[in-house]
Write a protein that binds this ligand. Structure first.
Ligand code: C5P
Length: 431
């Protein structure tokens, strides 16, 4: 434990609007009793003033590689550090870190240090989701660098999405935890263990075995409108799909969540596309599946939708005592994606069945797997008091051909990791 040990902490600040929040990272570390040395890039100093950072850190702020050359500061600061926290880390800074560039004081300090490094990315959603950034983050993770966030939420402008810097307290907590864990394995503090990730009580593996993979997950339940205020829906809370997204992210994957009405928050670091209906989900799923290595369809999709949507609210005065709804079949998205997949893409479906026992569950599941043409089907029993919205889950996974490859029960986070373990062998190895 860091306990009461006074750490020499280098806080690197790069040039994004979230730099103003870095002041609170510095402040929290100082208030915890640590000796904080700020290295601000030139771009960072356009967003926040040196006097502010010097007053809050109670130390001179370093920014210029060519100042104090006689003390070889680019080496000495890094060597003296017990911990390096970079917040915010822009896409550019992540790229520089990933490739070991040292064209400024921060880059040199990082290369000259053996201290745990904790990075809090902040950028616009598209930049965060860009394959170049994803690859850089995956690379940093494999080197044991802790990535905190980013969170999903309001960005600089009007938009909302993944890319918002995590809250200063969360960054500080993750940073100090990284020092605690550094003796064993500094990568043991996964980015998604920051608050907001579900089931944080579960220790996720830190192997990063999904680094470089793009994972698409659908979660929640679709809603099919009847009129402007009513819909046909289902009881799915999205918990299992969200736990899968968090687990895949923790293991280094670039994760996109197709969210069809979730009752739980989207995990930090996961890109999210909100959908309402099966038709919207189909469009988004087919589009994103093209760019995904692993597709997991955990959403409860309405099999039918109303044949027509009333323009005005349906009123009992005009509809009378008995109303007949005409429903039409929705497309089977999972079957479509399975049929359209290229070599190497792994497609996983879910089947929630009201089976009497496990034998019936597996029998129904095998037939469904065959029909849908996916690689794996995750089966679970549901009923009035079983399955939906519960914190725990119990699943059986069958693979193409019908063999049972895994059975698991426990929290939805535990089950999520077991599902990823089960399907991982089917993924093509990364170069
Ligand atoms: O046929 P059933 O609804 O039991 O199949 C469940 C699986 O199929 C889930 O993976 C679900 O996401 C997917 N599904 C789908 N499109 C539908 C219905 C279900 O992709 N219209």
């Amino acid at each position: 434990m860091t306990g009461s040990r006074r750490l020499n902490v280098v806080v690197g600040i790069s040039g994004g609007i979230a730099a103003y929040k870095a002041v609170n990272v510095v402040r929290a570390l100082v208030l915890e009793g640590h000796d904080v040395h700020v290295i601000a890039t030139d771009a960072a100093l356009r967003f926040v003033g040196k006097p502010t950072l010097e007053a809050i850190s109670r130390n001179p702020v370093n920014s210029d590689l060519y100042e104090g050359v006689a003390q070889v500061r680019h080496v000495s600061i890094g060597q003296a550090a017990d911990l390096i926290v970079i917040a915010p880390a822009t896409a550019n800074t992540l790229a520089k870190l990933a490739h070991g560039l040292a064209d400024d004081l921060l880059g040199n300090t990082v290369l000259a240090s053996t201290a745990p490094i904790v990075v809090a990315p902040a950028m616009h959603t598209e930049m965060w989701g860009n394959p170049a950034t994803r690859a850089n983050v995956a690379l940093l993770r494999t080197r044991g660098i802790t990535i905190v966030g980013p969170a999903s939420g309001r960005l600089t402008g009007e938009d909302v999405g993944a890319g918002r810097m995590s809250e200063p307290d969360d960054i500080v907590r993750a940073a100090l935890a990284a020092v605690d864990g550094a003796g064993a394995d500094s990568a043991a503090v996964p980015a998604a263990s920051t608050p907001g990730a579900p089931d944080a009580d579960v220790t996720a593996p830190s192997s990063g075995d999904l680094a470089g993979f793009r994972v698409l997950i659908s979660a929640g339940g679709t809603r099919e409108p009847l009129d402007p205020v009513r819909f046909l829906g289902n009881r799915s809370s999205g918990r299992q799909g969200v736990a899968l997204a968090a687990a895949a992210f923790e293991r280094g994957a670039s994760v996109t969540l197709l969210a069809a009405h979730l009752e739980v928050p989207v995990p930090e670091g996961v890109a999210v596309v909100h959908v309402q209906t099966a038709a919207e989900l189909e469009e988004a799923a087919r589009d994103h599946a093209q760019r995904s290595d692993l597709v997991i369809m955990a959403a409860a999709v309405a099999d039918y939708r109303p044949a027509g949507v009333a323009e005005q609210k349906i009123k009992k005065e005009t509809a009378g005592d008995r109303v007949t709804l005409e429903l039409v079949r929705n497309p089977d998205i999972l079957a479509t994606i399975a049929a359209e997949r290229r070599d190497g893409r792994v497609v996983v479906g879910f089947a929630a069945e009201t089976a009497a026992d496990e034998d019936e569950l597996v029998r129904v599941g095998r037939a469904k797997l065959e029909r849908k043409g996916c690689d794996y089907l995750v089966l679970n029993r549901v009923g009035w008091s079983l399955g939906f919205a519960a914190e725990d889950n119990a699943v059986v996974v069958v693979q193409r051909g019908g063999d049972i490859v895994m059975e698991a029960s426990g929290s939805k986070a535990t089950v999520a990791h077991r599902i990823l373990d089960a399907v991982h062998p089917a993924l093509l190895p990364r170069a």
